[in-house]
Design a protein around this ligand. Sequence first.
Ligand SMILES: [Zn+2]
Ligand SMILES: [Zn+2]
Length: 170
Amino acid sequence: MEHSHPHHETCAHESAHVARAPEALAEAVEACATRGVRLTPIRKQVLEALYTTHRPMSAYDVIDGLAAMGVKRLAPVTIYRALDFLMAEGFVHRLASHNAFIACPFRHNHGDLVVFMICEACGGVDEVTSEPLTHALQTIADDHHFTPRARVIELQGCCAHCREKEPIAS
Ligand SMILES: [Zn+2]
Ligand SMILES: [Zn+2]
């Protein structure tokens, strides 16, 4: 059976994510001032572009998004540098499975384990942090004398919103 991919449809949690964008951006500006790091215009615009959706964006999607916002087309290397900064500061996460980036809707601690629930029907991504899981993973890493750089778990599947629309046949 062919699934339709309603890429242009805005679902409820997309609206919530986008609605929080101005607040999250203001928090990022404040956090940079506190930490003494520079949120340059390009870094801020890239973060703004990522906050327009709860779907992961590739560097090329970001370039297109910025163009739609009236920013001149930037070189991918410029975008990657801005993304590196935004990831280092914890404002953006990378989805390895998609080689794409998503703005963090929370202000969790930098080392927290992040669980992404990636919907294969609508492309939406929900982010959750879990303290018990963070501790459990740290214990596993410690047992193996392993120092994790990134703590990310990616779950692929179907979000509640899409499951409601298209019940999975059993
Ligand atoms: Zn996050
Ligand atoms: Zn979905």
